[in-house]
Ligand binder design. Structure first.
Ligand SMILES: NC(=O)c1ccc[n+]([C@@H]2O[C@H](COP(=O)([O-])OP(=O)(O)OC[C@H]3O[C@@H](n4cnc5c(N)ncnc54)[C@H](O)[C@@H]3O)[C@@H](O)[C@H]2O)c1
Length: 392
């Protein structure tokens, strides 16, 4: 299931609480009160310098029920959608978490930035490259913080990949294989918002593919993508006998399935690096392979996980030569003390309060989105496509 380990990511330590100015409270709202909003609210509630003042959902009564569930009182929820909430100037909002399904990321982010509010936008950035560009234009005009919700970025193990690359230990990098997958893991936790085209727009590509891309692209400094030859399919999601769906919902979910459950691509990046990518919500295999980064001096293997959600599956290994001998160096897994979601929320709040750059900037994730968009376009057209990123 998508990111099913979220609950375990929400623990906050006393150590972090010490470093914040609790006197200056940030006024926050949550837009979209579904599944992942639960992780946002738990982490906001753990911050001493945050006040949750409002929430909105398209489904009448859902926002009120959501805040009641988490025991949060005095939250205004009588809004039909994000725009009504953002028009309520009495809220004096500092920031919003946008936790809507993918197709509603761009409109909600644009509305919030135009209203002069800092934005933490859930991943994926958007559905199309065009949307991402429009959001970034609104960001530029507003001068507000826009951070994209890639919490694996804050995992010390993920950060270690970049440290290894920057240390020069791998030499010049020329080839990367990345991706991940699940044998049966199409996410339908509370319905069909992940699998319908009208709400999700993209499937495995946007849900977990964006994490795989970020893991390696962030480590190598986000080179610009140049061309993509992509493929996507939906053999499992559209099958009324797919055993990953609830038995009583199989026919309904299969008929509503309108996105990808598998995608693969060959991507050329600036600097002569090629990226071989594959991602699966469902497949007849345990994993499509570990992530590997090949360099002229060393190669790095990052073990895959069974339920891919952007974590390192075990100790990483560097394959290199030492004094003429072929040796392997194991990089032990680092145990994180803090929950990744708490770190995500904390780093966003700190950026809003201190006017520092977004923890996960749109300028980087733009390239991630350009690749997702390029794969979808290439798959549609059945040929390699060039990636053109408009000026912002
Ligand atoms: N970072 C993570 O680990 C993680 C994990 C799961 C999901 N997500 C992302 O979070 C997003 C939401 O996923 P979810 O599982 O919570 O979906 P969900 O369908 O459970 O909830 C989305 C909610 O947004 C509401 N909504 C949509 N448009 C709206 C609008 N304009 N105004 C107000 N409310 C609106 C919907 O009515 C719905 O209740 C997805 O984009 C997904 O990729 C991230």
């Amino acid at each position: 299931m998508a990111d099913k380990s979220m609950d375990g990511l929400n623990s906050f330590t006393a150590e972090s609480e010490k470093s914040v100015d609790a006197g200056r409270k940030l006024r926050v709202a949550i837009i979209g009160c579904g599944w992942i909003a639960g992780s946002h609210i738990k982490s906001y509630l753990a911050q001493p310098d945050v006040e949750i003042v409002a929430g909105a959902d398209l489904i009448p009564g859902k926002a009120a029920a959501f805040f009641a569930k988490y025991g949060v009182e005095n939250v205004k929820t009588d809004y039909a959608n994000d725009e009504e909430l953002l028009a309520d100037k009495s809220l004096k909002l500092d920031a919003v978490s946008i936790c809507t399904y993918n197709r509603q990321h761009a409109p909600c982010a644009i509305h919030a930035l135009n209203a002069g509010v800092n934005v933490l936008l859930e991943k994926p950035f958007t559905v199309t490259l065009e949307e991402a560009v429009e959001v970034m234009k609104a960001e530029k005009k507003s001068g507000k913080v826009l951070s994209i919700g890639f919490q694996p970025r804050l995992d010390a193990n993920m950060q270690m990949i970049g440290k290894i690359v920057r240390s020069g230990e791998l030499g010049q990098i020329y080839y990367i294989q990345t991706g991940g997958g699940r044998r049966r893991g199409i996410p339908t936790p509370f319905g069909t918002t992940f699998i319908e085209d009208a709400t999700a727009g993209l499937g495995a590509l946007a849900d977990i593919g964006c994490y795989s891309l970020d893991m390696v692209l962030n480590a190598i400094g986000y080179p610009k993508p140049l061309t993509v030859s992509g493929y996507k399919s939906a053999f499992f999601g559209t099958d009324p006998n797919y055993i990953g769906y609830r038995e009583d919902k199989r026919a309904e979910y299969a008929s509503k399935f309108g996105v990808d459950d598998f995608a693969a691509a060959f991507i050329r990046l600036e600097g002569g690096i090629v990226l071989d990518f594959r991602i699966a919500w469902a497949m007849n295999m345990d994993t499509p392979g570990d992530t590997i980064i090949l360099g002229t001096k060393g190669g790095l293997r990052i073990p895959s996980t069974e339920c891919w959600n952007g974590t390192v599956g075990g100790p990483m290994k560097i394959y290199h030569e030492v004094a003429g001998n072929q040796v392997e160096t194991e990089i032990p897994v680092i145990k994180m003390k803090e929950g990744l979601f708490d770190l995500k929320i904390r780093s966003f709040i700190d950026a809003c309060k201190n006017g520092t750059p977004a923890p996960v900037p749109s300028s980087q994730i733009l390239y991630n989105q350009a690749i997702l968009d390029g794969i979808a376009r290439s798959a549609r057209e059945g040929r390699e496509v060039e990636i053109k990123i408009p000026e912002i």
